[in-house]
Design a protein around this ligand. Structure first.
Ligand code: UDP
Ligand code: MG
Length: 312
C-alpha cells in the first residue's frame, strides 16, 4: 500500500522562509516516493492566509516550477487555525500532514508519521521532545496552560502544536465539527480513532518573525478555554455560593454583636471592604459570562470560516 499524501502549510507573510521550506518538503516527498511509502501524485499545499508581502507571488512561482507544489489563496487573513482548516478540508489525499511554514517542526519525522498511519493510526501527533528552543517565558506559560486546561477537563496533547497527520476518515470527521471558532488542538482528540505520537526536537524559526505576538497568544489561549470548557461559568456559581455563605455568617456575627453583646461595631471598614470586594467579583463574573455570550453570538451567525479566492 502506498499513500496519497497531502502536506498542508499555512503561510502568513512567510516570503523569507518559504523557498527553503519548499526545498525541504520536496526533498521529503522525493525520499518518501523513493521508499515507496507515498505515491508520486502526493502534493504540498501552501495556504496563503491573506499575506501582505510577496508570499502569494512566491507560491505561484513555486507552483510553476514544480507540479507537486500547489497553492490555495484565502480571500483575506483569517488566522492560523482558519488557514489550516481551509487546507485540511479542501485537499485530496489518503492522509494529510499539517506543518507550519517556518521549519520549526522537523520535516524528517513526516516519514515516521506516514509509517504510523500505514500501521493503522488515523491520527498521528507530532510532539516536541524538548522546549529548549523556546524562551523561558513561553515554556512556563505553556506548562501552566496545559495544567489549567487539564483541570478544566479539556483533553489536550501536551507539547503538541498543529504538526500532525490526519487520515481521510479523521479529516471527514473533522468536517462535521462546524463550529466557527475551531480550536483544532482541542477538537482532534475528540474525533477518536487510533492515535499515535512521534517525538521530535523543535528548532528555532528559520527566518522571518513570529506571527504570534503575546496578544494573539492570549486570545488563542482564551479561545481554547471558552470553546471547550464550561468550568469558568461553574466557578462563578461556586464563588457566588461561597460569598453568600460568608455574608450569611457575617450577618449572624453582627446581629450577635449588636443584640447579645450590645457592642456597636464602628463598622466603616466592614461596610466599605465588601463593597469593593463584591464589586470586583461581580465585574469578573459578568466578564466571564460575557465571553460565553460573545461566543454564542459569533456561532449563531454561522458565517463561513474561510473563503478561498483561488487555487493553483
Ligand atoms: N499563520 C497564519 N495566519 C496567521 C498567523 C500565522 O497562517 O494569521 C501561520 C504562519 O505563517 C506559520 C504558522 O501559522 O506557518 C505558525 O505561526 P508562527 O510560526 O508565527 O507562530 P509561533 O511558532 O511563533 O507560535
Ligand atoms: Mg513558528
Amino acid at each position: 500500500m502506498t499513500v496519497l499524501l497531502a502536506i498542508v502549510v499555512p503561510c502568513y507573510n512567510e516570503q523569507e522562509v518559504l523557498g527553503e521550506t519548499n526545498r525541504r518538503l520536496l526533498a521529503v516527498l522525493d525520499s518518501l516516493i523513493a521508499k515507496n511509502l507515498v505515491t508520486a501524485e502526493s502534493r504540498i499545499y501552501y495556504v496563503d492566509d491573506g499575506s501582505r508581502d510577496g508570499t502569494w507571488p512566491l507560491i505561484e512561482s513555486l507552483a510553476a516550477a514544480d507540479l507537486r507544489s500547489r497553492g490555495i489563496k484565502l480571500s483575506r487573513n483569517r488566522g492560523h487555525q482558519a488557514a489550516l482548516l481551509a487546507g485540511l478540508l479542501s485537499v485530496e489525499g489518503d492522509a494529510v500532514v499539517s506543518i507550519d511554514a517556518d521549519l520549526q517542526d522537523d520535516v524528517t519525522v513526516i516519514e515516521s508519521m506516514v509509517r504510523e498511519f500505514m500501521a493503522g493510526a488515523e491520527v498521528v501527533y507530532g510532539v516536541r521532545g524538548s522546549r529548549r528552543s523556546d524562551t523561558v517565558f513561553k515554556r512556563n506559560t505553556a506548562m501552566i496552560y496545559y495544567a489549567l486546561m487539564k483541570a478544566m477537563g479539556v483533553d489536550l496533547v501536551p507539547n503538541h502544536a498543529d504538526f500532525r497527520l490526519l487520515g481521510r476518515r479523521a479529516v471527514e470527521a473533522l468536517r462535521e465539527y462546524d463550529e466557527v471558532n475551531l480550536f483544532l488542538r482541542g477538537v482532534v482528540p475528540l474525533i477518536g480513532y487510533r492515535t499515535a505520537t512521534v517525538t521530535y526536537d523543535r528548532a528555532e524559526r528559520m527566518a522571518g518573525i513570529s506571527k504570534y505576538p503575546l496578544r494573539k497568544m492570549i486570545t488563542f489561549a482564551a479561545e481554547g478555554v471558552t470553546s471547550f470548557s464550561i468550568v469558568p461559568l461553574r466557578l462563578i456559581t461556586y464563588l457566588g455560593l461561597l460569598v453568600s455563605a460568608f455574608s450569611f455568617a457575617m450577618i449572624v456575627f453582627i446581629l450577635y454583636g449588636a443584640i447579645v453583646l450590645k457592642a456597636v461595631i464602628p463598622g466603616w471598614a466592614s461596610s466599605v471592604v465588601p463593597i469593593y470586594f463584591l464589586g470586583g467579583i461581580q465585574l469578573l463574573s459578568i466578564g466571564i459570562l460575557g465571553e460565553y455570550v460573545a461566543k454564542i453570538y459569533l456561532e449563531t451567525k454561522r458565517r463561513p470560516r474561510f473563503n478561498i479566492e483561488k487555487t493553483l
